[in-house]
Design a protein around this ligand. Structure first.
Ligand code: FAD
Length: 447
């Protein structure tokens, strides 16, 4: 007698039920039962700081309720997935494809182990509108520069959102299951889950997308979509968002940003070594400083440079930072403090709820001048000028640096210019003009 047709839906970065082609495939392959599985993989879970762990726990709890109880296990996915699939007597395990460096190697190992038991790992879709590696130049090679990638990506196009899958025959295979992790974080996190992602998206479309092009660089106005965390966990698929976007100038600007997310995933797929190594290897030979007290001051938001400190404190307070400020603080670490980008990327990885290996590492490398299509190294951000331009009244700085709450607008980005600066706020740990010269000197030496 053949097996009863059951399957396993192994959730990873796709914690939703709508627009979910892999779930459709799981139901087609397992009309008699689909096991909803999540494996807490210590390699990923333990590396995340508490804000990300807490958010994931909340998102899992939400999904678990909607599937009548998620089967949660803890350990190496190679062992766990095989064990659960065998227990469920499933012939297939379904996933949304993962082409990241760790995910693709893990999935290869799982595929091989499942095959020993005559079980297939079926990959359907990916967390992107177009799976990394699909958009190529005419000669089949990958793009290294964003604009031509973006044009080719638009031309390639993507499918419409997948129809909803109704009446999934969820079932539990019994046996050992872990409780959902209980993690609490001091950070002020958004509400996790698919409904929250959808609600946030609708609000953004109703209220902010029209002005997105003009407003996206203003941390004081705080009108970006904040969809990154929902995208990170796949509580919504970018295809769903792209289908809703429309044709306004704001929508065009937003589509371009989603294009950046896809571009960096593609670049990381082409160059998995660029996750922690220099995309442009020449920069490995640059003269950097050993990280010490300066790095700690940067992490704590105590550098004495208001916009930098505001950003670093927002990261600790919300597990998120505005994009313009991510660029400013990253530039400050690399070019004013002369610390290698990986130290900053690691701190972001620990604290960002939306941490995404491709966007983070390539965001850092872009700022550090060593990434693909990078900002030229010699273009050094002046954090005071940036602050005055993008936070002209100091509203953002005051929100996150209460020591500067009463400083007049004129001095809010340069409190050291006051006759009587606030005593509880540090003096700048470096002189920007001097460090800019030093950065350029080191760059010249490299050339
Ligand atoms: C040093 C540095 C580190 C970064 N680390 C991450 C990270 O770990 N995870 C992450 O999702 N983004 C990262 N970014 C990109 C960007 O800062 C965030 O995506 C954005 O701030 C998220 O807020 P939002 O959803 O309100 O963005 P919006 O402005 O509303 O943008 C919409 C969406 O477009 C995508 N997007 C926007 N800008 C970028 C960009 N520059 N690169 C790639 N995708 C983009 C994101 O998915 C974002 O949710 C980083 C940027 C820099 C400079």
């Amino acid at each position: 007698m053949g097996r009863v047709p059951t399957s396993v839906m192994w959730f990873r970065r796709d914690l939703r039920l709508a627009d979910h082609p892999a779930l459709r495939a799981a139901v087609d392959a397992g009309p008699d039962g689909v096991v909803p599985l999540f494996v807490l993989d210590p390699h990923l879970f333990d590396a995340a700081g508490t804000p990300r762990q807490a958010y994931l726990a909340g998102s899992l709890a939400d999904l678990s309720e909607r599937v009548g109880g998620m089967h949660v296990t803890h350990g190496d996915p190679v062992d766990e997935v095989v064990r659960v699939a065998r227990q469920a007597e499933a012939s297939t395990v379904h996933v949304s494809g993962d082409r990241g460096p760790y995910g693709s190697a893990r999935d290869e190992r799982v595929t091989r182990r499942l095959a020993e038991h005559d079980i297939e790992l079926v990959r359907t879709g990916s967390p992107y509108a177009v799976a990394p590696g699909r958009v190529t130049k005419d000669d089949g090679s990958g793009f290294k520069v964003f604009s031509p990638f973006y044009r080719a990506w638009l031309e390639h196009g993507w499918r419409d959102p997948a129809p909803a899958v109704r009446d999934v025959p969820w079932f539990s295979p019994g046996g050992r299951t872990h409780r959902l992790p209980e993690v609490s974080s001091d950070a002020d996190l958004p509400t996790p889950g698919e409904a929250s992602a959808r609600a946030r998206w609708r609000d953004f479309l109703d209220e902010d997308v029209a002005d997105y092009g003009e407003e996206r660089d203003r941390p004081d106005h705080d009108r970006t979509s904040r969809m990154s965390v929902h995208l990170k966990w796949g509580e919504i698929h970018p295809r769903t968002m792209l289908a809703d976007l429309g044709r306004s100038a704001g929508a065009e600007a937003y589509r371009r940003e989603l294009g950046f997310r896809e571009f960096y995933a593609d670049v990381l797929h082409q160059r998995p070594d660029s996750a922690w190594d220099y995309y442009d290897h020449r920069f490995a030979a640059m003269d950097y400083d050993e990280p010490g007290d300066d790095l700690e001051a940067w992490k704590a938001g105590r550098t004495g440079i208001p916009i930098v400190d505001a950003g670093m404190r927002q990261l600790l307070g919300e597990g998120w930072m505005h994009n313009r400020v991510r660029m400013i603080v990253a530039s400050f670490l690399v070019k004013d403090l002369h610390v290698e980008w990986q130290h900053g990327a690691r701190h972001f990885a620990e604290h960002l709820v939306d941490f995404d290996l491709a966007s983070n590492q390539h965001g850092w490398q872009w700022v550090a001048g060593c990434g693909t299509d990078a900002a030229p190294y010699f273009r050094v951000f002046n954090p005071m000028t940036q602050g005055k331009k993008f936070d002209p009244d100091g509203t953002y700085v005051r929100r996150w640096v209460p020591e500067l709450a009463d400083v007049p607008v004129k001095h809010v980005h340069e409190p050291w210019e006051m006759d009587d600066p606030p005593a509880d706020y540090p003096a700048p740990i470096v002189d920007h003009a001097e460090e800019r010269r030093e950065a350029l000197r080191r760059y010249e030496a490299l050339r």
